[in-house]
Design a protein around this ligand. Structure first.
Ligand SMILES: *Cc1c(COP(=O)(O)O)cnc(C)c1O
Length: 386
């Protein structure tokens, strides 16, 4: 399906709403029936139509169709956060006594689910370095039911060979889940490479304007129905019609935003790589990246988020650098219009600072849509203060 068709037309039926060009926000909690028979039919199959907006809603459905098509999926569910998308996908596929294999350092709240919540229900998780397929083979047990991936992850950008992992998992009847927030389905399609569930935080690139928190799960229709009827409906963590509408709006410009951010990232990376105060940069499409070839093999693009290390002797210099930035904001998240930075040392208590540790000199930079010269001059003046 043509990407322009998906983004501009798919799921939209203007005759249903006065030929309005922009779809309406169907801001209703419930839907009325004319006959008892209709109501009974809907009660028997809530996934088949509208009854209550905690479940399905027409504005949300437009978004679902577009997101499923972008991912090459049969179906899609949209949640009120990326974290709840992770929660529902994992919970739907484990039971007491099961074992999960996860890449090490997954998204923080995925890790909390594995470490703090699931052990209470008898589900154990083994973390592995996902850069080598042999590490998966080594820890799979007869009770392994889920392999959890995040490729690339968001500080070190380690990749997993998605085709190899899905082949291995398929041969053992294990379900694979991949967090695809970094690439979006425009730059990587996990389902096409054999992964069972592709999920992402739509807060990042899909929303794209730092004004909505949301998550997406894509996969087979049967799996989506199972998640909808159980985990999603009991936790009531579906997206609201208004936030779905914001995501539809975000999708209209997703390709052009990613293109601009890709161009900006190349220029900013070039600047960082040659700067004497910068020790190194981690970015999957940087030639020095250890999995550079795999990155090009399974990703159609990659942009925005990178990490770099400052060449400094004191943590105070990292602090000075961050606090000297005039335009780049110090904030979590990414994928919006604005450039952002997080120093790793913000997660370390000052008395634990150890500048000899490379990780304490690390910063994660998100390059937004400002003009590249604007971002570079801000970085340059802040680097000059240290
Ligand atoms: C932000 C993020 C999430 C969580 O999404 P929220 O919408 O913030 O709940 C999950 N995975 C990755 C890789 C993320 O960056």
């Amino acid at each position: 399906m043509d990407i322009s068709y998906i983004i501009n037309e798919l799921g939209e039926d203007r005759e249903q709403y006065f030929n309005a060009v922009a779809p309406p926000i169907v801001q209703t909690s419930n839907f009325a029936f004319k006959t008892v028979a209709d109501m009974r039919n809907r009660f028997r199959d809530e996934y088949g139509g509208y009854i209550y907006s905690k479940g399905l809603n027409p504005t949300v459905d437009i978004l679902r169709k577009k997101l499923a098509a972008l991912d090459g999926a049969e179906d899609c569910l949209v949640f009120n956060s990326g974290s709840s998308a992770i929660y529902a996908s994992v919970m739907a596929n484990v039971k007491a006594g099961d074992h999960i294999v996860s890449v090490k350092n997954p998204y923080t709240w995925a890790q909390k689910l594995f470490d703090n919540i699931l052990p209470r229900f008898g589900v154990a998780t083994t973390y592995i370095d996902g850069t080598d397929i042999r590490n998966f083979e080594a820890v799979i047990q007869p009770n392994t039911t889920v392999i959890y991936l995040e490729s690339p992850n968001s500080w070190y950008f380690e990749l997993q060979d998605l085709q190899a992992v899905s082949k291995l998992a398929g041969s053992k009847g294990i379900l694979t889940i991949c967090d695809n927030s970094y690439c979006t389905p425009l730059y990587q399609k996990p389902l096409v490479m054999g992964i069972d569930i592709s999920l992402q935080s739509a807060t990042k690139y899909i929303g794209g304007h730092s004004d909505v928190v949301a998550g997406v799960v894509c996969g087979a229709k049967k799996m989506m129905r199972k998640i909808f009827e159980n985990e999603m409906s009991t936790s009531g963590n579906g997206i609201s019609p208004f936030n779905a509408w914001l995501l539809i709006r975000g999708l209209r410009t997703l390709p052009v935003r990613l293109e601009k951010i890709t161009q900006n990232t190349a220029k900013v990376m070039e600047f960082l790589l040659q700067h004497p105060k910068v020790e190194s940069v981690i970015f999957p499409f940087n030639e020095d990246f250890p999995q550079y070839e795999l990155a090009w093999r399974q990703m159609q693009g990659c942009c925005g988020l990178l990490s770099f290390f400052l060449r400094v002797n004191k943590v105070e210099e990292v602090v000075t650098f961050c606090e000297s930035l005039r335009h780049i904001l110090m904030a979590v998240s990414w994928g919006g219009y604005e450039s952002l930075i997080i120093p790793a040392c913000a997660s370390v208590l000052p008395d634990r600072y150890d500048i000899t540790k490379k990780s304490h000199r690390m910063l994660r930079l998100y390059i937004g849509q400002e003009e590249p010269g604007y971002i570079i001059s801000d970085l340059r003046q802040a680097l000059n203060t240290i």
